[in-house]
Design a protein around this ligand. Structure first.
Ligand SMILES: *Cc1c(COP(=O)(O)O)cnc(C)c1O
Length: 341
């Protein structure tokens, strides 16, 4: 048995996806002449009710492009201290945009409208950086796959409007959030200036992300994508995977969520597990007691064919995905129940 629960990015394209990929027409997308890329961009823009979408090679590049569009050098953005843009994009916020981050320290990657209000630098106080952007993540990755409530996002949006701030959504796993909470994608489109979404996580594509934005921001985004080296040629083959995934792989995410919840319930019963974060979607973060070494737990599981990742502070992470089948699930739950550290 080979079970990789390190991330939902480990999935390989299925036969159905590859077959569909091979039927698609391609062209040179740098000249905007790839019909499959154009089709994907139109489909995703419509899904979120936003004016335009632009296809990118990675979620990091879509986030970084959005930050570049929404800020000027010297500005400051507001985000959670667990945010992907702050922790896992190689310092791109400062490298690419000359922007700093003001962090909000709340549980699970969330914050509220008051937190934002209290974090904005006074615009006439020219000694401090100008606050120009608020970024939220849905689902929250380091926060353990938690989902935002729409009314919280709406309240933050009001603060952004009143204070002339742009509002960006890092929606790498927005599909998981919408399925879990039964939300319509256009609800997010109505709230944010820019949204980045990933195809290469729960949806099972090999590569790909899209930036959703207004017509005006689109012309800026395509220029910045070029500057970042993200203009691709016959990328229709990759976009085809996205079209296939949108039609076939969204609804099934609830299987990943159900399995993650079941894993978390088994973990809670284990004597060496100190705490399991509440599971909402496909990410399980749990902590083992201080007297145990997380690396030895990782090794034991590895010897039984299961891979997972350490997150520091005696915390570990598991992520369920398309390739984690019911068979794998039953094997893994059994393994967990019988493990001793
Ligand atoms: C995965 C991820 C991204 C994008 O990462 P890439 O590896 O560049 O595609 C952005 N934000 C969050 C929250 C993510 O989990």
């Amino acid at each position: 048995m080979e079970i990789n629960l390190i991330s939902d990015t480990v999935t390989k394209p299925t036969k159905g996806m590859i077959d569909f990929m091979l039927t698609c027409e391609v062209g040179d997308d740098v000249f905007k002449e790839d019909p499959t890329v154009n089709k994907l961009e139109k489909k995703v823009a419509e899904l979120f009710n936003m004016e335009r979408a632009l296809f990118f090679p990675s979620g990091t590049m879509t986030n970084q492009t959005a930050i570049k569009i929404n800020t000027n050098p010297g500005d400051q953005l507001i985000c959670s201290k667990t945010a992907h843009i702050y922790n896992y994009e190689g310092g791109g916020v400062s490298f690419n945009s000359g922007v700093s981050c003001k962090l909000i320290d709340r549980e699970r990657g969330f914050f509220n409208a008051d937190d934002v209000l209290n974090t904005i630098n006074p615009p006439d106080f020219y000694h401090s950086p100008k606050t120009s952007l608020v970024c939220v993540e849905n689902t929250t990755n380091k926060g353990g796959g938690a989902c935002w409530e729409l009314h919280d996002l709406k309240e933050i949006k009001q603060v952004c409007k009143k204070n002339n701030l742009k509002f960006h959504l890092d929606g790498a796993r927005i599909w998981n959030a919408a399925v879990k909470k039964n939300q319509d994608f256009f609800e997010f489109g109505n709230l944010f200036d820019t949204i980045s979404v990933c195809l290469s996580k729960g949806l099972g594509c090999p590569v790909g992300s899209l930036l959703l934005c207004s017509e005006k921001d689109y012309s800026e985004a395509i220029r910045i994508r070029k500057v970042f080296g993200g203009g691709m040629r016959q990328s229709g083959y990759l976009a085809a995977c996205g079209l296939y995934a949108l039609d076939n792989n969204i609804k099934r995410l609830s299987d990943d969520h159900d399995r993650a919840l079941e894993i978390s319930m088994v973990l809670k019963e284990l004597s060496f597990v100190k705490k399991v974060e509440e599971v909402e979607t496909n990410i399980i973060i749990f902590e083992i007691h201080q007297k145990h070494n997380p690396d030895s737990f990782i090794d034991i599981l590895k010897n039984k064919g299961v891979k997972l990742i350490a997150m520091g502070d005696n915390k570990l992470r598991l992520v369920t995905h398309m390739e984690y089948t019911q068979n794998h699930h039953e094997y893994f739950l059994d393994l967990l129940r019988n493990i001793s550290l």
